[in-house]
Design a protein around this ligand. Structure first.
Ligand code: SF4
Length: 344
C-alpha cells in the first residue's frame, strides 16, 4: 500500500525522505508542496528531480479521499461534499462562505459513537476514526475545488473530535503551521459534546485552537435524555472542566446550544442557561435546530428571538447561528442525514 503523505508533519516528511534514501531537505520541499502550494500530484513538484518524482509516484500518494458528491443547492453559497474513504466508508464536509470568512466544517470520524438523540450522524454509529491525513485532506481537496484560501476551520462535522484526540490535534497543528496552510489557530474551533477528561487534557497541553462545548440543556436529567453521554460526564464535572480550561488557557470557551422546539426552548431553560453561562467567562451560540431527525423540530423564528431576549442581559457574547448549511443539511452534528444509505 502506498504511503499517504498528506497528514505528515514536517518532521515526519523529513523522516520519510530519509527512509526512501533521500536527503532530509527533500522532505521539507515535499511538505511545502503539499501544504503551502496545495500540490495535487507529484508531477507538480517541479523543484524535485524527475527520478525522485517518479519514485514518489511509485511509493506514495497525496491523499486518498474520493469525491462522491458535491451539493451546491444552498442559496447561502454553502457547499456540502461527500467523500469516500479508501475502505469504502463515507464522510462529509461543508464549505461555508460568509465574506470575508471562508469556513470549512470538517469531520473527525466516520460516523459517531456518542448517540446524541437529535443527530443524524449518531444513527450511523461509529465506523472508524479518521487519520490526521484524512482530516487534513478534506481541507486540501476543498481548497483546491473552490480555488481559494480557507480562513476558518470548525471540527463540527461527523464525529466527536475528542474521541479521536491525537489525529485531530495533529491535523489541527498541520493546518495552523505557518510553514504550510497557515490557518490561524484562533480561527479554528474544536467542538466537543463534553468529555471532561479530554477538556482538562486539552487545557493542560496548552493548544491555541478555540474550544466549543455542545451544552443543549442546562439540566442534568434532560441533558442525559438528549445526549446520553452526559451520564458519563455529568454537568457538574463538565462545568468544572470548562472552568479549568478557561483559567488554565486564559481563553474564552464557547457554549453551543441547539434549540429544539418544545424541548429546551422555554423561559425556564433560558433562565437556567443564563445563570450557567454567567458563572464563567464564556460565549454562547444559539443554533436553531436543522431538522434531520423526525421527533425533533426547529423552534419558530419568533421563539428563537424570544429565547435570546430572555437571556439578556448577558455579559457573555451571544449570537444566534442560523445554520448556513441548512439547505444542504449541514450543521453541527447533523450531517449524513440524506446520505446514510451510502454509508456502510
Ligand atoms: S452531535 Fe456530534 S457528538 Fe453528538 S452524535 Fe452527533 S456527531 Fe456525535
Amino acid at each position: 500500500m502506498k504511503e499517504n503523505l498528506v497528514g505528515l508533519t514536517l518532521a515526519q516528511c523529513a523522516h520519510y525522505a530519509e527512509g526512501i534514501g533521500e536527503k532530509k531537505y527533500r522532505g521539507r520541499q515535499i511538505y511545502k508542496w503539499i501544504y503551502e502550494k496545495h500540490a495535487a500530484a507529484f508531477a507538480e513538484m517541479t523543484d524535485l528531480p524527475a527520478a525522485l518524482r517518479e519514485k514518489l509516484e511509485q511509493t506514495a500518494e497525496l491523499g486518498n479521499l474520493t469525491l462522491v458528491e458535491k451539493d451546491e443547492r444552498s442559496p447561502s453559497g454553502s457547499v456540502k461534499y461527500l467523500f469516500r474513504l479508501h475502505d469504502g466508508y463515507h464522510i462529509e464536509s461543508v464549505f461555508i462562505p460568509d465574506s470575508p470568512r471562508r469556513t470549512l466544517c470538517i469531520s473527525s470520524q466516520a460516523g459517531c459513537a456518542v448517540n446524541c438523540r437529535f443527530c443524524a450522524t449518531a444513527r450511523l454509529g461509529l465506523k472508524r476514526n479518521l487519520t490526521a491525513g484524512e482530516i487534513v485532506d478534506q481541507v486540501l481537496r476543498i481548497m483546491r475545488d473552490v480555488n481559494d484560501q480557507i480562513t476558518n476551520i470548525v471540527f463540527m462535522g461527523m464525529g466527536e473530535p475528542f474521541l479521536n484526540y491525537d489525529p485531530v490535534i495533529q491535523a489541527a497543528n498541520i493546518l495552523s503551521d505557518d510553514n504550510g496552510l497557515a490557518i490561524g489557530a484562533r480561527r479554528m474551533v474544536i467542538s466537543t459534546c463534553g468529555l471532561s477528561d479530554q477538556i482538562r487534557r486539552y487545557a493542560d497541553e496548552g493548544h491555541k485552537f478555540r474550544l466549543a462545548v455542545s451544552l443543549n440543556s442546562p439540566f442534568q436529567e434532560e441533558r442525559e435524555r438528549i445526549m446520553p453521554i452526559a451520564r458519563k460526564w455529568p454537568l457538574d464535572s463538565l462545568l468544572d472542566a470548562i472552568h479549568y480550561y478557561a483559567i488554565k488557557s486564559r481563553k474564552i470557551p464557547t457554549f453551543e446550544y441547539v434549540l429544539l422546539a418544545g424541548i429546551n426552548d422555554t423561559r425556564i431553560h433560558a433562565e437556567a442557561l443564563k445563570k450557567l453561562v454567567k458563572s464563567m467567562p464564556s460565549k454562547l451560540n444559539l443554533i436553531p435546530y436543522n431538522p434531520t431527525v423526525a421527533q425533533f423540530s426547529r423552534p419558530t423564528e419568533e421563539r428563537v428571538n424570544e429565547f435570546a431576549q430572555w437571556l439578556l442581559p448577558l455579559n457573555a457574547g451571544l449570537s444566534v447561528r442560523w445554520s448556513k448549511g441548512y439547505e444542504v443539511n449541514a450543521a453541527c452534528g447533523q450531517l449524513a442525514g440524506k446520505q446514510s444509505e451510502w454509508i456502510r
